[in-house]
Design a protein around this ligand. Structure first.
Ligand code: NCD
Ligand code: ZN
Length: 347
């Protein structure tokens, strides 16, 4: 069995910088046409100028790793309490950025500069609504008293819905939705709202993380939830509904920083995302919807054409090996282990 689709894009990717960027970029460039690159570097990418410089570094890394890939990084700006509306509008108008990323302060890896209170960024959000600039949202509240498994649902209720009431013209992507609440919220709103889904949240639940020993390589944010939530995500991804599309949230960390007293959040799935998705969609009886999810719905939301190139996936009789760890100096980054045999390969 095999299927051919338009070349996919990744609408949520962490490529990092320097040696890590050079080490991991080929894993994305090998399969994806474009990726929306997250701005949570240290320090974060907060200005149009910084985004242009970062894009140049990514393009150079692609040139040395996989020059013929044609892989195109699309950039985001990291919204802070002091972001200037004029800089955002200019960076979008001149094609530097495709979207702005909202991290609630303290929500995840390198989010210390995130927004402390939405009222502080209202002028920027108003300008974005007016100019049709997309806001990509890490949708978790960060209050210490809110349980980590409830943070997404609480965000929808206390932050996202009030924001969308106030600014209905703002185009919002709920990034890496991990709950049935998230899927239901998207399904109930047919204007100016979409969601990305990650590869790993379609494949693992919190038991994978916690049963039989703690598995730090499954630790990511938002944290994996109960199986019933995973099933809701699979249903959304495989439905063909154009509001859902792929954002891998591939987030490389070195092995030692994950296998640690205070392990970093992030799953590195760039290299095996497409074979994993083929398995998920096959199991759901929805292989015919994989192209919409991975290759068509994202560009449509962003007003871009789908890629011209194509990708063929083939199912073989033997399970494919995991991608090898990626070497970064004398450290390595471990690939996502989908916790089941995968019979698909990209040919
Ligand atoms: C991301 C990272 O490492 O940059 N980690 C993660 O678990 N997803 C940050 C993020 O997207 O939340
Ligand atoms: Zn992310």
């Amino acid at each position: 069995m095999q299927i051919t689709l338009r070349q996919p894009d990744d609408w949520h990717l962490h490529l990092r910088d320097d040696a890590m960027l050079e080490a991991v970029v080929a894993s994305s460039a090998r399969h994806f046409g474009r990726a929306l690159v997250m701005p949570n570097l240290v320090p974060p990418v907060t200005t149009g100028e910084a985004a242009r410089e970062y894009r140049n570094r990514i393009e150079q890394a692609v040139q040395s790793a996989l020059p013929d890939s044609g892989f195109k990084p699309l950039m985001t700006l990291y919204l802070t309490d002091t972001t200037e509306a004029a800089d955002v509008v200019q960076a979008a108008a001149d094609g530097t950025i495709l979207a702005v990323k909202l991290y609630p302060a303290g929500a995840t890896t390198n989010s210390a500069s995130g927004v402390t209170d939405l009222s502080r960024v209202m002028p920027v959000l108003e300008a974005m609504a007016q100019h049709g600039i997309v806001l990509c949202v890490h949708g978790e509240v960060t209050h210490a008293e809110v349980d980590i498994f409830d943070r997404e649902a609480r965000f929808i209720e206390t932050v996202l819905e009030p924001l969308r009431q106030e600014l209905p013209e703002l185009r919002v992507v709920m990034e890496h939705v991990t709950t049935r609440d998230g899927v239901e919220y998207v399904a109930a709103n047919d204007r100016n709202l979409a969601a990305t889904l990650t590869t790993h949240h379609l494949m693992i639940n919190r038991n994978h993380l916690l049963v039989g020993g703690i598995k730090p390589h499954y630790y990511c944010l938002p944290i994996a939830k109960r199986e019933e939530h995973r099933l809701a995500l699979v249903k959304a991804a495989t439905s063909g509904d154009e509001r859902y599309f792929l954002g891998t949230d591939s987030a490389p960390h070195t092995r030692s920083s994950k296998e640690s007293d205070c392990g970093c959040a992030g799953v590195f799935n760039a290299a095996n995302t497409m074979v994993c998705l083929a398995a998920v969609f096959e199991e759901a009886g929805a292989l015919d919807q994989l192209e919409a999810f991975a290759s068509l719905n994202g560009p449509r939301w962003y007003g871009l054409a789908p890629n011209d190139a194509s990708m063929t996936l083939r199912k073989s009789g033997n399970a494919s090996p995991l991608p090898p760890p990626v070497q970064v100096g004398d450290e390595c980054v471990m690939p996502f282990d989908p916790a089941r045999p995968i019979y698909w390969e990209v040919i």
